[in-house]
Design a protein around this ligand. Sequence first.
Ligand SMILES: O=C(O)CCC(=O)C(=O)O
Ligand SMILES: [Fe+2]
Length: 243
Amino acid sequence: MAYIWHLEKQRDHKEGYYIGKEVSEDDPQWDEPFNGPNRWPSPDVLPGWRETMENYHQEALKVCKAIARILAVALNLDADYFDTPEMLGKPIANLRLLHYEGKSDPSKGIYACGAHTDYGMMTLLATDSVMGLQICRDETMKPQKWEYVPSIKGAFMVNLGDMMERWSNGFFKSLLHRVLGNGQERFSIAFFVEPNHDCLVECLPTCMSENNPPKYPVIKCSTYLSQRYKKTHADLSIYEKQT
Ligand SMILES: O=C(O)CCC(=O)C(=O)O
Ligand SMILES: [Fe+2]
């Protein structure tokens, strides 16, 4: 079968290697949505790489759980509010190793990574020193104002996503961001964290009142994520498949 792709829209100028939580076939989590085995390069080609990545995955998750405690305190919840088996007990966590190259041209719609908000609960981002990430504090402004986010050596950036905005009834904002390429190669590592697939994302008790009722209906984490994936990949319909 051959595929003929008719490109009608600019694509992001990036490539990525995605690593999910490593779940083996005998693990009860094997059948859960969004889980599966990772594909690892042979240790002959990259000795020790799998161990390094698995270690990064585990440590990044610990950092995100610590951040979740800070978020809980900021929301006047108990610090361990998100630490329950139903929430961050068996989180969905994905590591994305990103590589960008080329020069972006916003006037032609060419980006290293186009404007978007992250879907989930939070993203822990490590970047190299090549500037590229931009944020837009107010999406409604015309024209939109984009600001570079300087990378700080040894520091992570934390981005709260749409699920956190929904969960907190809009208290936390999921910020619009994009990446511009300046012709230099750029590498970044994004780590996306969501609660358990069956966690009910329901307005947090401290984020609603009589004057501020819940703005979003309750939704199961997996349903929410599936909806978001589907929307993102709906763009694939612009390609025509031929046999
Ligand atoms: O590479 C970056 O700095 C940002 C990546 C990003 O926003 C994403 O993958 O969602
Ligand atoms: Fe992002």
